[in-house]
Write a protein that binds this ligand. Structure first.
Ligand SMILES: [Zn+2]
Length: 362
């Protein structure tokens, strides 16, 4: 951060940065902050936070900031099209929602359904955007979130853009895995490493945001492994609900009562939202990771920390179950769910599969 500040104050800011470090260490939060600073008319390192430019940055609606992230490919889309041009209204709405979630919490990772690759269209668009910058002293800031998600075509296109920088434009790449980038791209960027955030700092931030009491915050910070985003996720009420759902689901599975299983799955399947089903399955995976943690004598790693007793009892009762097999089976179910398989069927099948393995030692 000191490096950034000094470059800024000496007016020697490079035109490209690479921020790398584990997920949730604030790479994009800092990038957004830099965009705010570069556009606030006060011209000081600390943006004022009250001017129209700062307000527009708060909502990420400023014309001088652009976030690049994986997008689905639209129907009949070609490389020269604007990256948004061929997308459906539903997708555009989802993008709007994700950007506004990011505006509210810069630690929120933007994820668009059925999108895993940064399109070449989005990279080609960067140069065009440079010419649309507003304010001659301001900078147009492009943040490429998860730059490792560029395939060769997009990466080569970005390389060209970096080789011929547009005046007034700053490009910031963020990634947890810099090794996945072309060395020629890295060499054109000022590289800044983000370290995992210390536990005490995460604890303090959670308490400050009034998300939980200090004891819970400390437990969350331990689990978060230096990622503030992870800590936020664990403390999110929605995620908590999902965790209690897993407990109820496991009880129903043990009882082998299909009616009850269906009832517990109701909130997961009713929205017909495959992403929600996947999140549920991931929480279920966490349950078995917890069992492994307990077996290894690492109870501080329990992710279902609000149901610590239940998961500990489960681990004792079913000491013979192979968590690796279960995790494999859940992974398979996640793949099915991502495909086109019937949601309820896939989950009920998994429940039955699990039930057969939940026999306490006699
Ligand atoms: Zn300002």
């Amino acid at each position: 951060m000191r490096l950034l500040r000094s470059a800024f104050e000496h007016d020697r800011l490079p035109h490209a940065f690479l921020f790398h470090g584990p997920r949730g260490t604030g790479k994009e939060a800092v990038a957004i902050e830099l965009a705010r600073t570069l556009n606030c008319p006060t011209g000081t390192w600390e943006a004022c936070g009250t001017c129209p430019s700062c307000h527009q940055m708060d909502s990420l609606q400023h014309p001088n900031i652009d976030l690049v992230f994986p997008l689905p490919t639209g129907k009949n889309e070609e490389k020269h099209h604007d990256p948004y041009e061929k997308l459906t209204e539903t997708v555009i709405q989802q993008i709007r929602d994700e950007i506004s979630a990011k505006a509210q919490d810069p630690y929120h990772p933007i994820e668009i359904k059925r999108a895993s690759v940064i399109k070449i269209n989005s990279i080609r668009n960067i140069k065009r955007k440079a010419s649309m910058r507003v304010g001659s002293h301001q900078r147009h800031v492009v943040i490429i979130c998860g730059a490792e998600k560029m395939k060769a075509d997009a990466a080569n296109s970005l390389l060209k853009t970096l080789e011929e920088p547009s005046p007034g434009q700053v490009i910031i790449l963020t990634t947890p895995t810099p090794d996945a980038l072309l060395p020629t791209i890295i060499s054109r960027c000022q590289v800044i490493r983000f370290d995992p955030i210390p536990e005490e700092e995460i604890t303090r931030a959670l308490v400050q945001r009034e998300l939980c009491d200090e004891e819970t915050a400390a437990a969350l910070a331990r689990l978060a492994e230096g990622s503030f985003h992870k800590a936020l996720e664990y403390s999110d009420p929605e995620v908590r609900n999902r965790r209690s759902l897993v407990v109820e689901f496991m009880r129903a599975v043990y009882a082998g009562n299909t009616t009850r299983i269906m009832k517990e799955l109701e909130p997961v399947v009713s929205a017909r939202d495959r992403q929600e089903a996947i999140r549920f399955l991931q929480a279920l995976e966490d349950w078995f990771h917890d069992v492994i943690a307990i077996r290894e004598g690492r109870p501080d790693r329990i992710r279902h920390f609000d149901n610590r007793e239940a998961v500990t009892r489960f681990a004792q009762l079913f000491s013979g179950i192979s968590c690796e097999d279960v995790l494999d089976e859940i992974e398979k179910t996640i793949e099915y769910v991502m495909g086109n398989v019937h949601l309820t069927l896939a989950l009920v099948y998994l429940a039955n599969w699990l039930h057969q393995r939940l026999q306490p030692p006699s």
